[in-house]
Design a protein around this ligand. Structure first.
Ligand code: SAH
Ligand code: SF4
Length: 366
């Protein structure tokens, strides 16, 4: 067994089918089964000859994600907890259309996608990094998150099982996307391709805690993804206190990498800035934040902190949030205050997994 079928590009499959002496229209048929009909096993692919299906199943695995739990209702944020082939847990979050968020107006849904099991970057406020890093997700495990949600959706509205629900992706689930760079790029290539997921590159936003060298690399990619930077502090002192990565890539290094990205892309960057009571919500952050935003042509997304079990951090009260927003806006910086959707169901990354794993551990040790 080499690798999973959903980690293959059309070009790679063409090459393989050529070796097998299979006509190229068979590749198109296979891709239609995978990405249009979202098949979950070889036996569904009834228009492929049985011998070919056998060849395929010998060469490629065909993993699907197992839904462990789902929280939320169809008209609000819905959170999916998946079990991977090796038993590890990751999350995806489905967010109903919210035009002003990351891209252009959307009449459908955004999926927040995970890229790693756990996270090595250990931001002090984040649930994903609490248990450290376990492993990178494979290409197919990233791709499958979209397909599995679409498959689930088709069971909800069986009238038209091929309708696509997701037309925006935010790579903001568990893990640091740019630390799993090669797998992420390949997955996004597949999700973007017309033969694959068909999601426009401009509708895909990658969020990073600030890996400067990879930001430069991203700037040189042929596909033009959007970039969100988790800033959370506009001085090295404040940022360094809550994000250890800031020691490796302090703000000057990061700003230079972002400037390079800007110069290559000419595209607006988003700064994510979670507001944590008494930590980074002081008005002393406003001036450096606005200066950085202006220099990098960035807009600012203010997000009230989502409380994490076992961590001491709190969100500031609404008056403090509003005052911070007003001060940033008064500096001429474009900013929005996002009162987190799905706050009630632990929508912030890593929290559902954390709770489930703690529950499982308790269960096992009981
Ligand atoms: N590792 C990447 C992407 C995943 S985290 C990154 O850090 O950007 C996605 C976003 O959720 C980041 O901006 C992160 O700082 C934020 N986040 C993490 N925990 C949060 C919490 N408890 N409340 C609100 N936002 C949180
Ligand atoms: Fe990792 Fe992002 Fe969480 Fe930081 S905020 S620990 S980089 S997932």
């Amino acid at each position: 067994m080499n690798c999973d079928i959903k980690s293959q590009t059309a070009e790679e499959l063409q090459k393989q089918f050529l070796e097998w002496d299979q006509p190229s229209y068979r590749v198109a048929q296979l891709l239609a089964w995978l990405y249009e009909r979202r098949a979950s096993q070889w036996s569904e692919m009834t228009n492929l000859p049985k011998a070919l299906r056998e060849l395929l199943s010998r060469q490629f695995s065909f993993e699907t994600l197992e839904l462990v739990t789902k929280q939320g209702s169809p008209d609000s944020t819905q959170k999916f907890l998946w079990r991977l082939g090796d038993g590890a847990l990751v999350e995806s979050v489905l967010i109903p259309a919210s035009p002003a968020l990351y891209g252009e107006a959307s009449d459908r849904h955004t999926l927040c996608v995970s890229t790693q099991v756990g996270c090595a970057y250990g931001c002090r406020f984040c649930a994903s990094g609490l248990d450290g890093w376990k492993r990178n997700l494979g290409v197919h495990e990233i791709v499958e998150q979209i397909l599995a949600v679409e498959r689930w959706n088709a069971t909800q509205s069986p009238a038209d099982p091929q309708t696509r629900l997701i037309n925006n992706l935010v790579i903001m689930g568990m893990g640091e996307p740019l630390a799993n760079y090669e797998n992420l790029m390949k997955a996004l290539k597949i999700l973007n391709a017309s033969w694959g997921g068909g999601i426009g590159a401009r509708k895909i936003t990658i969020s990073t805690s600030g890996l400067a060298p990879q930001i430069r690399k991203l700037a040189d990619e042929p596909l033009q993804f959007r970039l969100a930077l988790s800033l959370h502090g506009a001085t090295d002192e404040i940022r360094g206190r809550i994000m250890p990565v800031n020691r490796k890539y302090p703000l000057t290094v990061l700003a230079n990498a972002l400037e390079y990205y800007q110069s290559k892309r000419g595209r607006m960057i988003t700064f994510e800035y979670i507001l944590i009571a008494g930590v980074n919500d002081g008005l002393d952050q406003v001036k450096p934040l606005s200066e950085l935003a202006r220099r990098l042509n960035a807009k600012v997304n203010l997000i009230p902190y989502n409380k994490v079990d076992g961590l001491p951090w709190e969100r500031p009260d609404e008056a403090t949030q509003d005052a911070f927003l007003a001060a940033v806006t008064a500096c001429g910086t474009t900013a929005t205050l996002r009162r987190e959707k799905g706050h009630d169901i632990d929508a912030a990354c890593g929290q559902l997994r954390l709770r489930t794993e703690q529950g499982l551990t308790k269960h096992l040790s009981a």
